[in-house]
Design a protein around this ligand. Structure first.
Ligand SMILES: Nc1ncnc2c1ncn2[C@@H]1O[C@H](COP(=O)(O)OP(=O)(O)OP(=O)(O)O)[C@@H](O)[C@H]1O
Length: 330
C-alpha cells in the first residue's frame, strides 16, 4: 500500500536527514519508525504526505506516485496526528473534530453525526466532552481528540508523529492498546514515529529502526527484531532486556503445549486464552505459584504450558534461517 523506494532527504544546509530508504507498509499494517533523536524519523514521515519533499527516490500509495499529486489534496486523504495535537483552542471539541469533513465539502449535519460517532469511538462521551474547549481536557483526552479528528475524513492512511508522547506512562499504555484495537477494527494503514522501543514493539506489526544519519538499520517484525538484531547498533538500541521484551511479542503456540492428560487438576493453576502472549502466560504462572498454566480456547482445554514450553516457544518463534542455534537433524 505504501512503498518508499530509495527515498532520501538532504536539507539545503547539507544535512543528510534520510539516506536512500526502501520500505513497504502493507494495507492495514501498522509500521513503527523508531530510533534515537535526529535520525530522520519525522522527516521520513513528512515525506509521505509531502510536508517535506524528498531529494531522491519515489513514494507510492496504492501504486500512485504521490510526488505527482497536489499536496493539499493528498493530505486530505492522509490523517496526520502529532504530539502537540494542534486543536483549535477557541473551538469546542465537536467543532474541532468536524473541521476536516467540512473542508472536504461534506454537509454540516453529516460532519456533526460523524464527529459524535468518532468521539464515542475514541472513548470520549459526547454528552460530557463535545461542548468543552481543548484546555478543559487532560493531555490524554486531547490526544484522543487528535486521533478522532485524524479519523474524521475516514482516510485509509494515518501518519502519527509521537502521538502518545505527551501523556504519562500509565495513560500512554492504555491509549496504545486502545488505538491498536481501533486501528485493527477499522483496517487503517498506519506509520507511527516513536523514540520508545517498547512502544514500537508493542504496537508495530513491523518496526523500522533508524540509525544516525538517516540510515535504515533494520526493518522486521518485533519478534525478529528482538531475537536477531541486524547489527550492534540495533542490539544496543533494543537493549539488554530484549530477551524479556520478546516474551511480550511472542504468542503462546498451541502446537507447543504439553498434553493436559495426566496433570492433576490441583496442579493446573491458572488458565489463559490461546491468544495470550508468553509474558501473560508467565505472569499467570507466577500469580498462581505453579510451574504451569492451562491454555484454553473458550471452553476447550488445549494443553498446559510450562517454563520449558516458554523456552521452546521462544526458539520456535525464530524463522528457521535465523535460528542458528538449532540442533542439526540426527
Ligand atoms: N529544516 C531543516 N534543515 C536542516 N536540517 C534539518 C531540518 N529539519 C531537520 N533537520 C535535521 O535532519 C535530521 C533528522 O531530523 P528529524 O526531525 O527527521 O529526526 P527525528 O528522528 O524525527 O528526531 P526526533 O526524535 O528528535 O524528533 C536532524 O539532524 C535534524 O537536525
Amino acid at each position: 500500500m505504501i512503498r518508499l523506494s530509495g527515498v532520501g532527504k538532504t536539507y539545503a544546509d547539507g544535512t543528510v536527514a534520510v539516506q536512500a530508504v526502501d520500505l513497504e507498509v502493507a494495507a492495514g499494517e501498522l509500521l513503527c519508525l523508531v530510533g534515537p533523536s535526529g535520525c530522520g524519523k519525522s522527516t521520513t514521515l513528512k515525506m509521505i504526505n509531502r510536508l517535506i519533499e524528498p531529494t531522491t527516490g519515489r513514494i507510492e500509495i496504492d501504486g500512485r506516485d504521490v510526488t505527482g499529486e497536489d499536496p493539499v489534496k493528498l493530505r486530505r486523504g492522509i490523517g496526520y496526528v502529532i504530539q502537540q495535537v494542534g486543536l483549535f483552542p477557541h473551538q469546542k471539541i465537536l467543532t474541532n473534530v468536524m473541521t476536516v469533513p467540512l473542508l472536504s465539502g461534506g454537509s454540516r449535519a453529516a460532519a456533526r453525526a460523524r464527529a459524535l460517532e468518532l468521539l464515542e469511538l475514541v472513548g470520549l462521551d459526547p454528552a460530557t466532552y463535545a461542548d468543552r474547549y481543548p484546555h478543559q481536557l487532560s493531555g490524554g483526552q486531547r490526544q484522543r481528540v487528535g486521533v478522532a479528528r485524524a479519523l474524521a475524513a475516514d482516510p485509509p492512511v494515518l501518519l502519527m508523529d509521537e502521538p502518545f508522547g505527551a501523556v504519562d506512562p500509565v495513560v500512554r499504555v492504555r491509549l496504545q492498546d486502545e488505538f491498536r484495537r481501533l486501528q485493527r477494527d477499522l483496517g487503517k494503514t498506519v506509520v507511527l514515529v516513536t523514540h520508545d522501543i517498547d512502544e514500537a514493539v508493542r504496537m508495530g506489526d513491523r518496526v523500522a529502526v533508524f540509525a544516525a544519519g538517516g540510515r535504515l538499520a533494520q526493518h522486521a517484525t518485533p519478534a525478529e527484531l528482538l531475537a536477531r538484531p541486524a547489527d550492534d547498533f540495533v542490539a544496543d538500541f533494543v537493549g539488554s532486556e530484549r530477551g524479556l521484551r520478546r516474551l511480550s511479542v511472542t504468542p503462546v503456540d498451541p502446537a507447543l503445549l504439553d498434553p493436559v492428560d495426566g496433570v492433576r487438576i490441583g496442579d493446573l493453576g491458572a488458565a489463559i486464552e490461546v491468544g495470550a502472549t508468553l509474558e501473560q502466560a508467565l505472569a499467570a504462572m507466577l500469580r498462581s505459584d505453579r510451574g504451569m498454566v492451562a491454555v484454553r480456547r473458550g471452553p476447550v482445554m488445549l494443553g498446559v504450558l510450562t517454563p520449558d514450553g516458554v523456552h521452546r516457544a521462544l526458539r520456535a518463534s525464530l524463522s528457521p534461517a535465523e535460528d542458528t542455534g538449532s540442533t542439526a537433524p540426527d
